[in-house]
Design a protein around this ligand. Sequence first.
Ligand SMILES: C[S@@+](CC[C@H](N)C(=O)[O-])C[C@H]1O[C@@H](n2cnc3c(N)ncnc32)[C@H](O)[C@@H]1O
Length: 368
Amino acid sequence: MSSDGAVSLSARLHERVATAIGRAGGWLPFDRVMAMALYEPGLGYYARGSRQFGALPSSGSDFITAPELSPLFGQALARQILQALDAAEADEIIEFGAGSGALALQLLQALGGRVRRYSIVDLSGTLRERQAERLAAFGDRVRWLDALPDDLHAVVVGNEVLDAMPVQLLHWDGSAWFERGVELDSDALRWADRATALRPPCDAPFVPGTTVEIHPQAQAFIRTLVERLRRGAAFFIDYGFPEAEYYHPQRTGGTLICHRAHRAEFGDDDPLADLGEKDISTHVDFTGIALAAQDAGAEVLGYTSQARFLMNCGLLELLRGADPRTLAAAQKLIAEHEMGELFKVIGLARGVSLDALGFSAGDRSHRL
Ligand SMILES: C[S@@+](CC[C@H](N)C(=O)[O-])C[C@H]1O[C@@H](n2cnc3c(N)ncnc32)[C@H](O)[C@@H]1O
């Protein structure tokens, strides 16, 4: 995408958001703005033809995800998925937010004929084209769903999907809570707070000036998924923490983060600039995810770091005899200062009994 093209898409998106603010009476909550910035058809970050995922900024990409980093991510995860498919007597995988199709390719290659059907649900139409190209060799076994079926008998997987779901922002000024949203200042977008009855999910001695996120959309997504999961399991991998860490009083700025050209751009005011040109995400509150799943009838199979999970799934055996390049990439998946500790995996199940391989050592469910 040329910078001129990006500027005009961004300007059009800005105009769209401004119109939505006008229609809503002069103020939009942040989750509505984030949804438009990421998914507005043809204009949002995930809804344009740009190449978000890749190893290096020189490819025009903005960030790298685990399946892009190393196929060993998918190969190790495949072992967990196979165990869950067997336990559920299922032969379908459903992937949410399949990005470039890298994980789908790794899972289909690793699991061969054991997977009769691989269904992808992605909000982004442009990514769907890219996935179709990459997965063409698997023919009719791969399909794309516009809506989640009512009755699921499958193993579900999602890497870095929950972090891309719009969040609401709450601001504590020392005496009251406000919902942070966006209003117009002439033509410019600016932050504006409104009194609210919304609260963070737990009490803490919050410092005046604190801004936190709440995640009703991600939790509603999990509830719907579990309600429809008749028999199967789900594994979500993402950066995040349990509630007590998430809403720690020292975390005064929340976790909202923007990514462009492999640079993380922290800061409250960044998301409103250059709309649609950068990724906006937050960390995941895994306690909220576990509670939503349990409320809807699922069992939490386990919760642990990505490093633990992948090693429990046999990553180290897969690395035997690997060349130095492969080893270096795999190292990033499990190193504490890279993806190994910040990224977590949560496993959920309904209608199956499963002693999940990925949580066999180092399960941290008790910390949720
Ligand atoms: C950060 S990308 C991760 C892509 C890929 N899983 C990877 O690891 O490379 C987030 C993806 O989630 C998708 N997404 C966000 N919310 C979704 C939802 N509710 N249902 C399906 N896909 C969603 C986006 O369109 C995007 O493809």
